[in-house]
Design a protein around this ligand. Structure first.
Ligand code: MG
Ligand code: ZN
Length: 216
């Protein structure tokens, strides 16, 4: 019985995700669903990304948090259209909640929409929102056991950004193990190593982003 209910919820989500997809396609907007645990650096990565490619692509951001507007304020400070969603407790974004705020995003005037999901390594990966791709961010301070513990995130993502690599000397994290385990779950995964603090590796990430997001 419980399985039936879950299936119905996911089917309803897929229908609305397809509606969102149509809106994005009609407007020629590339959409990235950005997922990670809390504190991995999603908003910091967005800040660095926006600084690097905003002159080449027009960007907007939807921020998903349980509470607060801090992330939207940070993005807004860069002069980027941004909408803050407060889920009031829900630990992920779904297609319906995205659909409700799309009227506030100038879709016709942007090239790239980032959706910063709620910080959580579990259910954000289960809900399509109509995105082109999912990207996950993993801070190397979270440890090298995460791919095998949270496989769905790694399986669903097209790219994995390993952040805070400047802190590597202060951890026991084995980056080669992360790569090995992540590739075993998802052989086509693209992996980037960045430090949002020092700027290391950001250029490689944004070059790739530019190459996939440019639709015309
Ligand atoms: Mg954030
Ligand atoms: Zn959830």
């Amino acid at each position: 019985m419980k399985i039936k209910v879950v299936t119905r919820i996911l089917e309803a989500n897929e229908r609305i995700a397809a509606e969102n997809r149509k809106l994005f396609d009609n407007a020629g907007v590339y959409v990235i669903n950005l997922m990670s645990a809390p504190g991995a650096g999603k908003t910091s990565l967005l800040e660095e990304t926006i600084k690097e490619i905003n002159n080449r692509l027009k960007i907007a951001v939807i921020e998903g948090d349980i509470a607060g507007t801090q992330d939207a304020e940070r993005i807004g400070n860069l002069g980027i259209p941004v909408v803050q969603i407060n889920t009031g407790g829900a630990c992920h974004l779904d297609a319906n909640i995205i659909n409700e705020v799309l009227g506030e995003i100038p879709l016709k005037h942007i090239d790239l929409l980032f959706v910063e999901n709620v910080g959580n390594l579990v259910c954000p990966a289960e809900f399509n929102i109509g995105e082109d791709i999912k990207v996950m961010l993993l801070s190397i301070t979270e440890g090298d056991d995460k791919p095998l513990k949270y496989p769905l995130m790694f399986q669903e993502s097209s790219a994995l950004v390993l952040n805070k690599i400047d802190l590597l000397p202060y951890t026991n994290t084995d980056i080669e193990k992360i790569k090995r385990d992540a590739f075993s779950l998802n052989p086509s995964l693209k992996i980037f190593k960045v430090s949002c603090k020092t700027g290391e590796g950001v250029r490689e990430w944004t070059d790739w982003l530019f190459s996939i997001a440019k639709k015309d």
